[in-house]
Design a protein around this ligand. Sequence first.
Ligand SMILES: Nc1ncnc2c1ncn2[C@@H]1O[C@H](COP(=O)(O)OP(=O)(O)OP(=O)(O)O)[C@@H](O)[C@H]1O
Length: 249
Amino acid sequence: MSNELRHTPNQQGISLDRAAYAVAGKLILSDLSFALSERRIAIIGRNGSGKTTLLRLMAGLVAPTSGSVLVDGIDPARDRKAMLDRIGILFQNPDHQIIFPTVAEELAFGLQQQGRTKAEAASMVEDLLARHGRSHWLTATVHSLSQGQRHFLCLLSILAMKPDSILLDEPFASFDQPTVTRMARIFDQLQQRLIFITHDARTASSAQRVLWLEAGQIRADGPPARVLPEFEAEMLRLGSIDADTDIAF
Ligand SMILES: Nc1ncnc2c1ncn2[C@@H]1O[C@H](COP(=O)(O)OP(=O)(O)OP(=O)(O)O)[C@@H](O)[C@H]1O
């Protein structure tokens, strides 16, 4: 796994200053100000609280409608090229990520974007698949893989590029138990910054910092020992109520 290890992430990290994001007049994220420099950061919150949108904002896939988002001092929505080495994002749905018909092309694409020749990328892809026990995927088409396997392919694409920060949207949700255990081991060994959305308190407790989003705003931000008990008590309280009368969808 050592080939996925990289230098310690750039200390500047990801910072938001009064960032807000609205779609069709609906405010989804508002007044977000924080700087993330820790190596393990969990984002928690109810369905629809804005977690995925926040990841997309940090990755520069959408631009804030007001305020700013900076990655190592660079606007990620404006300088996509600078983000190739800085940010990788693993979506919940692999089909939102995969663009090529074959595994080899999919894995090689990001590497070539980073400036490797076709031959260099092909050799790196071969090594990567071998290290993860997936050499048989070298000639596979993407549509021959299951949903969970396509998700793992997306993770491999990101690991291949070795970005400083990896943003993960519920990374363990679609994997079988051995793959989850193996992924957890891969993540443990990564030097990079991992920012992950999770609904699982145990996964969140492994982070150094937890951001709790509620209705597009930060409800709590701090170490898991402080944020998680408060979050779990609130989730229990809400679960005891028969309907989500507190939110308007
Ligand atoms: N493109 C869009 N157009 C309109 N509304 C959107 C759009 N993207 C997100 N939203 C709304 O923004 C809110 C936050 O969505 P988001 O997917 O970020 O939530 P989430 O916390 O990741 O939810 P979940 O836990 O269910 O994945 C939701 O109410 C959603 O309907």
